[in-house]
Structure formats: C-alpha cells, structure tokens
Design a protein around this ligand. Structure first.
Ligand code: HAM
Length: 427
C-alpha cells in the first residue's frame, strides 16, 4: 500500500474482533449514567481554536504543542477537540442549559492530541466523560467519583487506585504558584528547559516533570495542601469523609496537579500500574471558574473523563471475557426453492426471536461449501433447508460443535427448538 493510503500514525482502526469489548464499556456506561440521572450530550468534533486555548490554558502541553489546528476555507482557525469539557461548557452556554440549572451530562467520542504515540497514548483516542454543573458542595464531587468507581467495577477492572488532591480556589492557587516559583527559582540551575520555561508562566506544571534532577527538587518543594484556603480545606475534608463512608479507598497525592488549567479545588485520577507510563485511566476534577471564563454566570462544575483505549487494555489485562457475539445459527439453503424461502423463514425467526444471532447464507454455493461457511462462522447450529424440507415444511438442525444427531422439525416449531437449545436470551 502506498504511504498516503496508510492510516495516520497514532490513529487506530478498531477492528471487529475488538469492538465487542468497546461496546461492553459503552453499554455499561450508558446504563450507569441513566441510573444516576445523567443525560447524554453530543458535541461537534470541531470548535473554534480560541475555545480550547482559553479553557485549557495557553501554557499547557495540550495548547502549546498538541492541538490539531487548521484554517478552514473561510480562514477561521478551527481545532479538532483535544478533550470534551470545553465543548460541553460551550454547548451548555449556547443553549442556556447551565444558568440556574443543575444539569448532569455525559458524552463519549473521539478526541485528538498530537502527542508522541506509545502504548496507551494515541493521537486519536476516545473518551467517555461526565460533567455536573451548578452544584458547589462536595456531595456532587463524591457522587461523580462514586459513579466512576461503579463503572470501573462493573467492567471487572480492579487494578486501579484513586488519587485525590485539592488545588484550592483560584486565589489560593495563585498564591501557591508564587511560593512554588520562588522555591524553584532558587535552584534554577537544576531545572530542565521545559521547567525553566514554566517557571514564570505555569510553575505548578513543574510538579509533573519526569526529569530526574527536577524530581529531586519536587520531593522537597512546598506542598499544595499546606497552602489551601480554609473553605477548600473544608470542602476537601468533607469529600474524603463522604468517600470513606461510601467505602471507596483513595490515596492523597499532594503532587497531583493535572495538565489542564481550568481546575480548582478537587482533582482526582484513577491510575494503574498495569499499562506502563500511561497510568491514568480516568481523571477529572472541579472547575468552578470555567463557565464564567467562557462568558457565563459563575457556575460551579465538576467532571471526569476516562480513556476508552486504556480501559479496554485493562479489561484485556484482567482477562475479562469479551462479550460473545458469535452467531447462534447459520441458515444453509441448498437448492432453488430453499434459496427462495430462506430469507422469509429467517425474517419469521427474527420476528419471534429478536435476540437470535442468525446468519443467512448469501451468495449460493453447494451444500458442502455452505456447511463449511456455517462452521467457519462460529455458529453453534446449522439450520438446513433443502428442497425436501421445503416441500415438507420442515427444517433440519445440525449441531456444529457437539456430537449429537441431526434432528428435523416442523418449520412451525423451530422457534421452540431454538429456545430449548439457547434459552430465553433469544427473546
Ligand atoms: P485528561 O486527563 O486530559 O482530562 O484526559 C482524561 C483521560 O483521557 C485520561 O485519564 C486518559 O485515560 C485519556 N487520555 C488522555 N490523553 C490520551 C491519549 N493521548 N491517548 C489515550 N488516552 C488518553 C480531560 O480530558 C478532562 N476533560 C477531564 C475532565 C472532565 N475534567 C473535568 N471534566
């Protein structure tokens, strides 16, 4: 294949052998969101570039070097969404969903970041996210974290732990920034290039540095929890209490700052040690200032997003079985008359048994080649319709994976025969 027809680096096809697991995550998420009263919202993949640079912050990795930004035919600067929160707030504001209301929303879909691809890190990846607006207290922080915990548990994912921190109010954070910048300035010679650049623009991000010399400095840096304002301290203590009462284990991580600028107060991450360097599977926090910053009335908000690729990888790692989507039955139609009747019979079966996974032979072929296809399809039984069966109004059932005798039943009773074999899941 010529290079221009290859897929783009970091953008993956999700193949039929993989999609059942993806669907299982999506189905679980949908069910749990419904149970907690969260409504789905769907935002466009493209937004004005300014939305993301303002919401996420000019001096963040995402905005500085990871956005897919281009001029469209009108000369407007557009960006493929690198995350969902900014678009969700924009949509909420455009449609008056946020003012004096307390919407709980969720979304899922592709996000785009021009990062260096590696295991668990892609340029097109997929998130499921939740955002709750208009509620200030720690109870909604607890609820949205409990929801994420339930989702992870429902998927059979155990190898994760919840890390929690509070960044305080914007004002407390600004004051802490100064303290931190002063501290790092004293050892500026040990800082790497990225950290030096951030010294003035965003010193909190230095806490995320993986550079060994910087890590030594980080270990003894002033800790954020010592610089929290009293209200944020109380908010955080209450959240920890609510989670403890609900039986959710967590670890306090005073170095957790997150890579997007809109956070204030609670931040959290579910992390794992099973996926190498890309250890965050679900992350989020409170962003009380964002709605106002994007032109709305002051509106507290909290949310998270999980990375579907990482969740699916964790399910594979944990040996969680993929949902079985192999067909129950394969309809073999040998002969002219059988070919004519097979579709009608299949449709009758589908009317009565909506859960039946039935493949109908298409494209003709001898009896032998159709039976080969039936076998290859993974179906448990072949339903065989030949000229004889057509004139007798019968059909033969042949088990393909067990050594049991073929049986012939009246077409009227094939529904019962299938129910007897596969049970009520067919209904
Ligand atoms: P984020 O931490 O940038 O937060 O991304 C959330 C999750 O998306 C991560 O925990 C990770 O699982 C996944 N993820 C991020 N980048 C990649 C990538 N390049 N490849 C694969 N997976 C990735 C946000 O996006 C915030 N909008 C979350 C939020 C919602 N905060 C409040 N509300």
């Amino acid at each position: 294949m010529s290079d221009s027809l290859q897929s783009i680096r970091g953008m993956n096809d999700i193949l039929p052998s993989q999609t059942p697991r993806w669907q299982a995550v999506e189905a679980s998420a949908r069910r749990i969101f419904e149970a907690y009263g969260y409504d789905e919202i769907r935002m466009p993949l493209l937004e004005n570039t300014a939305l993301f640079s303002r919401a996420i912050g000019e001096v963040t990795d995402i905005v500085e070097k990871e956005m897919y930004t281009f001029l469209d035919r009108n000369g407007d600067s557009l960006t493929l969404r690198p995350e969902g929160t900014a678009g969700c707030v924009r949509a909420g504001l455009s449609h008056g969903l946020l003012h004096n209301q307390t919407p709980r929303l969720w979304y899922s879909g592709a996000m785009f970041r021009h990062e260096r691809p590696q295991k668990g890190r892609y340029r097109q990846f997929h998130q499921i996210g939740a955002e709750a607006f208009g509620m200030e207290g720690p109870d909604i922080d607890a609820e949205i974290i409990l929801l994420s915990a339930r989702l992870l548990k429902s998927l059979g994912i155990g190898a994760v732990r919840l890390q929690l921190n509070s960044l305080g109010t914007q004002a407390a954070r600004m004051a802490y920034r100064e303290v931190l910048a002063d501290y790092f300035r004293q050892s500026a010679s040990a800082l790497d290039e990225d950290s030096l650049r951030r010294l003035d623009s965003n010193p909190l991000r230095i806490l995320d540095s993986k550079h060994p010399a910087v890590q030594d400095l980080i270990a003894t840096a002033p800790a954020l929890p010592d610089h929290l304002d009293a209200e944020s301290r109380e908010h955080f203590a209450r959240l920890c209490e609510l989670l403890t009462v609900a039986g959710i284990e967590f670890v306090l991580n005073p170095r957790l700052v997150r890579g997007l600028d809109y956070y204030s107060r609670t931040v959290f991450e579910w992390t794992t040690d099973r996926l190498g360097a890309q250890d965050a599977v679900c992350s989020g926090g409170r962003y009380d200032g964002l709605v106002e910053m994007l032109g709305g009335k002051p509106t507290p908000a909290v949310g998270w997003a999980l990375g579907l690729e990482r969740i699916v990888a964790l399910m594979e790692d944990a040996g969680v079985a993929a949902p079985d989507v192999t067909p129950h039955a394969y309809l073999v139609a040998a002969g002219d008359e059988a070919g004519r009747q097979s579709m009608r019979l299949a449709e009758r079966l589908r009317d009565r048994l909506p859960g039946l996974r039935l493949l109908v032979n298409c494209g003709g072929g001898s009896f032998k080649s159709q039976m080969k296809r039936a076998d290859k399809s993974g179906a448990s039984v072949a339903l065989i319709l030949g000229d004889q069966e057509c004139s007798d109004e019968t059909i033969a059932l042949k088990a393909l994976r067990e050594d049991v005798a073929q049986e012939t039943v009246k077409q009227d009773s094939v529904v019962d025969a299938l129910l007897a074999r596969f049970g009520e899941t067919l209904l």
